[in-house]
Ligand binder design. Structure first.
Ligand code: ADP
Length: 485
């Protein structure tokens, strides 16, 4: 391990500017998914510690909200620089707890820095309005203010950048935060505490607690001092959090599950589609909410696409994330592998054919072969369920209408992709797909400049773009009367 990596690997919680253990002294083990070895522990905090973190964030909010946007931007720029100066160490830590390849981890850390820089800039452009008044002696102002303390709950698949998307707009707008990283990957979350402390954010502005998800989550959702919950994770947990925040009517931003379709039309550039498919399917071993869940390929190019995709999938180098040349790491845990096995067994029992992979990898543990299943049909479970693994089911379709209908036949609406060489079709299909993110002839589209967010049961709110800061702001209407004009 790099010396700097151990500096960022904090086995304590960050509350009110201090590194502390759980009141009970209890801990949770953190396991490296590539080796199955425990790499350390983190505190198993609960209600009391979370409440203290919220109170610290509330106390800090009173002065933090009064700082200028320019001051906050300067600190955020320092935070950006600190991340980039330590990109390798932060990436190594990420690989150790999450499993993805070092190249992907470095990319994620770079993305985290990019979100921080973007919101350093956006925070200085939080404009209000002066609205023409219907009264001669009154003026109408519309101002924007930070909502207050925010609670941020993040998942294990992007433990660094999912927090960046939340801390960036929160800190830029003048909010303070209590974050809860996923228990499988807490160190990349806790590293934000180290970074924020070192660049000089005042104590209490950022707090990070690890531990019992439902206890921490309940306190964040129910404590009246918290004014917003921002969550990235499963639709199931997201729905619970929305219900729990109802009692205190908080703002919520929800980045939930997906079931991304990837459509390939007869007129598409097949090689380009295969390249996009590999990126949109096997990145992070298929464990992203925007990963393709269902490929729909038009009959005329079906066989060619399956053949080329299978060949490309078989070429992917599977291995530990820190090993040179690795393209696909292990899955996060045994449960994830079992789910993938179940879905494959369901498909093959219903006529699906293994065109590539299909089993656990020879490396053992939670490594799994990049898999392609042809002859997929809508009665298979992955038509409705998120796979979250390196499995590509390929369905066949005949007409454009049929493809759009199949693609939309899900409660989810996060990302979708389609490949065509026909401009008219590109617009028809883009307008027909009920998804928050659409890649046309592109398989990887996330960038800080654009609003990321799902429709339907995939979520509420946007992260990134100028839209991403809005959810951290309250709009206030001020009427100034008696001007005697
Ligand atoms: P995933 O399938 O990606 O693990 P989850 O929705 O289970 O997605 O987890 C995402 C985040 O939500 C993690 O930080 C997890 O600990 C947290 N979480 C899980 N259950 C709850 C809950 N009941 N209340 C609050 N947070 C929760």
């Amino acid at each position: 391990m790099l010396q700097k990596t151990s500096h960022f690997m904090r086995q304590a919680n960050f509350i009110d500017g201090a590194w502390v253990n759980a009141d009970s002294g209890q801990t949770i083990d953190v396991v490296n998914p590539a080796s199955g070895q425990t790499i350390g522990t983190v505190p198993k905090a609960g209600t009391a510690e979370t409440r203290r973190a919220i109170e610290a964030a509330e106390a800090a909010f009173h002065s933090w909200k009064k700082t200028s946007a320019d001051h906050r931007a300067k600190l955020l720029r320092k935070l950006h620089d600190a991340i980039m100066d330590n990109q390798d160490a932060l990436a190594e830590l990420l690989v150790m707890e999450q499993g993805k390849s070092f190249a992907e981890a470095k990319g994620e850390v770079g993305m985290s820095a990019a979100y921080i820089l973007w919101y350093a800039e956006e925070g200085r452009r939080v404009y209000g309005d002066v609205v023409p008044s219907p009264w001669a002696d009154r003026r109408i102002l519309v101002t924007k203010e930070p909502v207050g303390v925010i609670g941020a709950i993040t998942p294990w698949n992007f433990p660094s950048s999912m927090l960046a998307r939340k801390l960036g707009p929160a800190l830029a707008s003048g909010c303070t935060a209590v974050a809860k990283p996923a228990s499988q990957t807490p160190y990349s979350g806790l590293a934000w505490g180290v970074l924020c402390e070192e660049v000089g954010f005042p104590k209490g502005v950022v707090n990070i607690v690890t531990g019992a998800a439902s206890e921490i989550g309940d306190e964040l959702c129910q404590n009246p001092l918290v004014r917003k919950i921002t969550f990235t994770g499963s639709t199931e947990v997201g729905k619970t959090l929305i219900e729990k925040t109802a009692g205190t009517v908080k703002k919520v931003s929800m980045e939930l599950g997906g079931n991304a379709p990837f459509l390939v039309f007869d007129d598409a550039d097949i090689d380009r589609a295969v390249e996009g498919a590999i990126a949109a399917k096997y990145r992070n071993s298929g464990q992203t909410c925007v990963c393709t869940n269902r490929f729909f390929v038009q009959a005329g190019v079906y066989e060619a696409f399956v053949e080329k995709l299978s060949a490309a999938a078989e070429r992917l180098k599977v291995g530990p994330g820190l090993e040179e040349g690795t393209q696909q790491g292990p899955l996060i845990d045994e449960k994830a592998v079992e789910k993938v096995e179940e879905l494959i067994a369901d498909a093959t029992s219903k006529g699906g054919k293994l065109a590539a992979g299909g089993s656990r990898h020879a490396l053992g543990g939670t490594f799994f072969q990049p898999t392609v299943i042809s002859n997929a049909t809508p009665d298979m479970r992955f038509m409705k369920e998120e796979i979250f693994g390196p499995v590509a089911p390929v369905f066949r379709f005949e007409t454009e209408e049929e493809a759009v209908k199949l693609a939309n036949d899900t409660v989810f609406g996060l990302a979708c992709y389609f490949y065509t060489g026909d401009l008219g079709r590109a617009f028809r299909v883009m307008e027909g797909l009920k998804y928050g993110l659409v890649g046309v002839n592109e398989g990887i589209i996330t960038t800080v400049e654009a609003p990321f967010g799902g429709l339907k049961e995939s979520g509420l709110g946007k992260e990134g773009g100028h839209q991403g800061i809005e959810d951290y702001l309250d709009t206030k209407y001020v009427c100034i009367g008696g001007l005697g004009l």
